[in-house]
Design a binder for this molecule. Structure first.
Ligand SMILES: Nc1ncnc2c1ncn2[C@@H]1O[C@H](COP(=O)(O)OP(=O)(O)OP(=O)(O)O)[C@@H](O)[C@H]1O
Length: 423
């Protein structure tokens, strides 16, 4: 019987490619820069070069991404997925005539034969796919899933060997962020590469790649652009435009005292422009802060980054409140764990405060717990730094209205912020 994901074939071994081990990046002439090759060796058992280089092999792309690529009945991709905890297997995802996507594990036996249904075995994965495609045999009787058209990797699917790591830029939640060179048909360009540690769980991997999925939707000069993801090998990578100026909060800490007021006003206006765009796309960012605004180019253009927590639901109820940036959270988030476009507006107010206080930590002298208590219980609001332009201070206070609906939309305050920046 064919086994779909979640119901492994009994008495057979799936095409395991081994659990990801932690790997160190190193610079190589060939590009991908992974020191520990063990896992790739494991991969080679089942993923031979004909598969690795096949256009329809998508590596570890998440189910959601695979499903979005399969538009018509018979469209299929070959990908890797975590079958049972810690075991990476090869699987075929295919859209069925019932307009559902089914995922079939490719199994292997002691004699290195590959099969979906033990009734038909082949000596390689590519032969197995060719068999199902050419004979139009259903992958399982129940689903009647047939392989018709292999769907190629999308343009955002990047090969590891097109990435040349140069140096570490920072530390992300899942792994390091590097400056790298990305070689494509367009030539060579400097990029930032967010990596994910090899030993991460399926959950963490999905979270990591969700950030890429969110970023793919956006195209704006004040939002960090994604170029693609590399998911064929470990470490998984998100490849994005590089903002050489680094995080705004570090810049403010270093240069804030000597920065012209005009530049601070511009930082506010540019961050607002990026955020107004996200607001229009119904994207709740959930982590607006100076540390997540990056600076790009010789003019230090502000770009909103870090979509690790973002979502495109109108209102989000997140029960976990795990590792949350308390000092940037609105009262309704602190109390009821509700996130909305209006909780981003609150965080934008805190960002404005950070800009005029030269990157200081909000609510100086208060712990996270004290901050939470003061906001929720006493309606406490920070005082804006003394030299904040009056109109700017007024706008920040509007962003901190207790009632989310009374906070302005970013698009509504943007014209005034731009005027202030142009003065
Ligand atoms: N596109 C980029 N260009 C230049 N530097 C970057 C870029 N993206 C990230 N960095 C650097 O890497 C650091 C970590 O990135 P980021 O904050 O996005 O990671 P993260 O996984 O979301 O971490 P956390 O959730 O803890 O903030 C940033 O502070 C910045 O210094």
């Amino acid at each position: 019987m064919a086994s779909t994901i979640g119901e492994p074939g009994k008495g057979s071994k799936s095409t395991q490619s081994g659990q990801s081990g932690a790997k160190k990046l190193k610079k190589t002439k060939e590009g991908t820069s992974v020191e520990d090759k063990n896992e790739t060796k494991d991969d080679e058992g089942s993923i031979t070069d004909d598969i690795r280089n096949a256009d329809f092999y998508h590596g570890l792309i998440p189910k959601t991404d695979a499903e979005a690529l399969l538009k018509k009945e018979g469209d299929f991709v070959l990908r890797k997925t975590e079958h049972n905890s810690g075991v990476i297997v090869l699987c075929i995802s295919v859209r069925t005539e019932a307009d559902k996507v089914k995922h079939f594990v490719i199994n292997t036996d002691a004699s290195k034969s590959y099969f979906i249904d033990a009734a038909h075995k082949e000596t390689s994965v590519s032969n197995l796919i060719n068999f199902y495609k050419s004979t139009k045999t259903p992958l399982s009787v129940a689903s009647n899933a047939k392989l018709k058209k292999a769907i190629e990797r999308p343009p955002w699917g990047i090969n590891h060997d097109a990435i040349f790591i140069i140096k570490k830029l920072g530390q992300g939640a899942f792994g390091e962020v590097y400056l790298a060179e990305y070689v494509s048909e367009k030539g060579r360009e400097k990029v930032a590469v967010k990596t994910m540690k090899g030993e991460a769980s399926r959950d963490a991997r999905n979270k990591f790649l969700k950030e890429a999925r969110m970023m793919r939707k956006y195209d704006h000069k004040n939002v960090v652009k994604i170029l693609g993801v590399a998911v064929h090998e470990h470490p998984l990578m998100i490849v994005m435009e590089c903002c050489e100026g680094g995080a705004m909060c570090s810049y403010l800490k270093k240069n804030g005292k000597t920065m012209p007021m005009k530049e601070k006003n511009r930082f506010v206006a540019e961050a607002a422009e990026g955020l107004a765009y996200l607001e229009k796309q119904q994207c709740i960012h959930r982590d607006i802060a100076a540390r997540n605004c990056l600076l790009s180019g010789k003019n230090n253009i502000v770009k909103i980054s870090d979509f690790g927590m973002s979502d495109d639901k109108a209102i989000l109820h997140d029960d976990t409140l795990e590792k949350v940036p308390v000092k940037w959270l609105a009262p309704e988030t602190l109390q009821d764990r509700i996130y909305s476009l209006k909780s981003d507006v609150w965080a934008f107010g805190v960002l404005v405060w950070e800009i005029y206080s030269n990157g200081a930590e909000p609510y100086p002298g208060l712990t996270r717990l004290q901050t939470r208590a003061k906001i929720v219980l006493t309606d406490y609001r920070m005082k804006m730094p003394d030299d904040t332009p009056g109109d700017m201070a007024k706008i920040a206070l509007q962003c901190w209205d207790k009632v989310p609906d009374k906070r302005p939309a970013i698009s509504a305050i943007l014209p005034d912020l731009k005027k202030l920046a142009d003065k």
